[in-house]
Design a protein around this ligand. Structure first.
Ligand code: TRP
Length: 432
């Protein structure tokens, strides 16, 4: 697969839509959004460059790359990456299953009359489990060597389509009566919120998750990269595309939530309540559009499902390629057995949304926080000449600024990602 396509495909997914709306709702809206933008620029892009430099330099899957570049002391970090991929995929595919179900319903049944009640019906239980299993099966099929070309072609068309649909929806949302409240919530930060440790940790966690950072996913893709690639430039493109999709998704979700009378969803949230924000707001929006609504819904969900699939592929790919190199077991066998194990673990979040919240807090936030911190320490302090690797293929101007990147990665990012990790641990263990 073309590197940029694969990397953007990995980054852009349910994280930009479901997780971004849920986290922004829970974490107080605009202050979170400001921090998320800042952290994408200051931490996200440099960390992308760090991961890509390890992958392209070592040309190995994560565990082997870490061993070869840093010694066997770094192997446990590689296993943490594998565990992150394993557990993130287990709950992510449950959410992808919701999207799959809503998409199929839009095609064959129609739009739900009461989206909030409908979400309650589909989010947990035997049907949620079945759609989760179907999504894991699709992912396993692709990763075991099934339809790479087909996915590539679908993604080439549907990723831009998703973007265009979102922009269209965002423009449409402007016309909604009562949208103003939504824009205020989403875009007018209160300054004190920016210094709230919980909000900082949420924004950093969202940055890692959305950019697929902190578990070696982009490292894995970069291991196939040629020396002509300009890694700093491509990192910026990936981050811009990823931020753009999330930000525009917010420009749809929040006006819709306030205009169509769902603001109770994001006020006084209990854990778990926020998870449905996207999947309630959008069907409600489609329904209010009249005759075109159903067609827009179908287009949107098809694009979202393919976006989710290109993300689940990258999650499983880390697990499979790492273990392939460690155990010498063949790809197909690993894809099937790991896929089966992930499918079983995913039954917990499929039957109980509190398990989904828990797994997102652990694997989707804490594990990535540890992985991100360890990755910057590794690249800043232990890897041999990362600047030299990044300079290959980069333009002259970029090469001059790489020194800055190095200083940032060595001295500043360990402090930022370390502080964030401390906040994550504190929030997870020591708050109500
Ligand atoms: N970034 C993807 C999303 O936003 C999810 C994802 C794919 C991911 N691969 C990852 C998250 C690796 C963390 C690490 O939907």
């Amino acid at each position: 697969m073309g590197f940029l396509l694969a990397a953007v495909g990995s980054a852009v997914g349910l994280g930009n839509m479901w997780r971004f709306s849920a986290t922004a709702s829970q974490s107080g809206g605009a202050a979170f959004v400001v921090l998320y933008l800042l952290l994408t620029l200051i931490v996200g892009i440099p960390l992308l460059m760090a991961e890509l430099s390890i992958g392209r330099k070592m040309r190995l899957s994560p565990i082997s790359a870490l061993r070869k570049a840093g010694g066997s002391g770094w192997v446990p970090l590689g296993y943490l990456f594998v565990a992150s991929g394993f557990f993130i995929l287990a709950f992510y595919s449950v959410i992808a299953g919701w999207a799959l179900r809503l998409g199929l319903e839009a095609i064959f049944v129609g739009l739900p009359q009461d989206p909030a009640a409908h979400f309650g019906d589909i989010s947990s239980g035997p049907f949620a489990a079945v759609f989760h299993l179907v999504f894991i099966a699709l992912t396993v099929f692709v990763v075991s060597g099934g339809v790479k070309k087909g996915i590539e072609r679908a993604a080439t068309i549907l990723m831009p389509a998703l973007f265009i649909i979102l922009v269209g929806l965002a423009v449409w949302a402007v016309s909604l009566d009562g949208a103003g409240e939504g824009y205020r919530f989403y875009l007018t930060p209160d300054i004190s919120g920016i210094f709230d440790p919980q909000t900082i940790a949420d924004a950093a966690g969202q940055t890692y998750f959305s950019l697929s950072l902190g578990m070696g996913a982009l490292l894995t893709f970069a291991s196939y990269l040629g020396k002509e690639h300009n890694l700093p430039r491509e990192s910026s493109i990936i981050a811009a595309a990823d931020f753009g999709v999330a930000f525009i998704a917010g420009l749809v979700v929040f006006p819709v939530i306030f205009a169509l009378g769902f603001s109770h969803l994001i006020e006084g949230l209990a854990p778990g309540d926020a998870e449905g924000v996207l999947f309630i707001a959008l069907p409600a929006a489609f329904d209010s559009m009249g005759v075109f609504g159903r067609a827009v819904a179908i287009a949107f969900f098809v694009a979202l499902i393919v976006g989710a699939l290109t993300s689940t592929i990258s999650l499983l790919e880390v697990v499979v390629s790492s273990l392939m190199d460690e155990t010498k077991i063949e790809r197909k066998k690993l894809a099937y057995t790991m896929g089966a194990a992930i499918a079983v673990v995913g039954l917990a979040p499929a039957f109980d949304i509190q398990w989904l919240v828990r797994m997102n807090n652990w694997a989707g936030t804490l594990f990535l926080g540890i992985g991100a911190f360890a990755t910057v320490v590794f690249v800043g302090w232990f890897m041999d000449d990362p600047v030299g690797e990044l300079a290959v293929g980069a333009g002259t101007l970029t090469r001059k600024t790489l020194r800055l990147w190095y200083l940032l990665t060595k001295y500043v990012l360990p402090v930022i990602t370390g502080t964030v990790l401390y906040f994550m641990i504190r929030n997870l263990f020591f708050s109500s």
